[in-house]
Design a binder for this molecule. Sequence first.
Ligand SMILES: Cc1cc2nc3c(=O)[nH]c(=O)nc-3n(C[C@H](O)[C@H](O)[C@H](O)COP(=O)(O)O)c2cc1C
Length: 322
Amino acid sequence: MALPDILSRLRLPVVGAPLFIVSTPELVIAQCKAGIVGSFPALNAREKPGEPVMLEAWLAQITEALAKHDRDHPDRPAAPFAVNQIVHRSNARLERDIEICARWKVPIWITSLGARPEVNEAAHACGGIALHDIIDDRFARKAIEKGADGLIAVAAGAGGHAGALSPFALVREIRDWFDGPLLLSGSIATGAGVLAARAMGADLAYIGSPFIATEEADSAPEYKQMIVEGRASDIVTSALFTGISGNYLRPSIVRAGLDPDALPQAGDPMSFAGGSSKAKAWKDIWGAGQGIGAVKAVEPAARMIDRLAAEYAAAKERLLTS
Ligand SMILES: Cc1cc2nc3c(=O)[nH]c(=O)nc-3n(C[C@H](O)[C@H](O)[C@H](O)COP(=O)(O)O)c2cc1C
């Protein structure tokens, strides 16, 4: 099946993954201007009671900035953006946020932690597409049955709520029955990794953790530095902080006064009530995937994307000439 138009005209086959707390409109705008899909979780846009709705303000800011970029640079238009909806029963804002995103005609909807037909229908009604993230083939089949257009395969080593499966196994099983848009995530942090994802059978790479160390990200300077200094061996998997297994930076766990090698088994069940997922836990214990060894400096997102593009071209050239 051909990729939907909206995903096939990118400079690089990459989606900047949504990052709780970390993704800002500035990061999304920089990603889209540099030619990859930028995204943010709707829950990142938070206002105090009585204040104007922040999600509206963010969507206006992004839409206007990308339209201006397109007017100024008709030769290299911005990539489309995506909004992530946490489709979890405790997300009390979901209905409101869907209505706002539909009104702003958000082009790409990313759903996680639950697949619901009405969210996919809302995406389609405003001309958008819906991509659902899954960690195994069973959830992948359910997501497509419920009307998602494409899948994000979250493999082992991903930041946030990572899967446990090898990307080779996961992509292979999905490609046995699904020929629609397939994104792959989990430790992809170089242009060669993006090409490898495509060689394996995915259409695009879904990259999260490296963008935590960009200038536009809303992450503490110490968090950015931990990403720069960290390697795969600095990533600890635990279900303690949100109730679902996730990957975290070992030094941030130590800093919080816990022993990463002797963490209790599980935490309270996850909750997105009030627009935050255990915000305190995510603030103090920092999430990241195993691919961060590729991140060498804090830099503007555009520079990181330029490097990914150059590495991608070089990796292609190397394979074609070997
Ligand atoms: C700090 C952090 C926060 C995240 N927050 C979200 C989120 O709010 N919604 C979501 O769908 N995925 C979230 N993720 C997962 C990413 O969207 C993506 O699947 C993951 O970062 C890909 O793996 P990588 O970090 O190895 O590139 C988060 C990941 C990290 C590291």
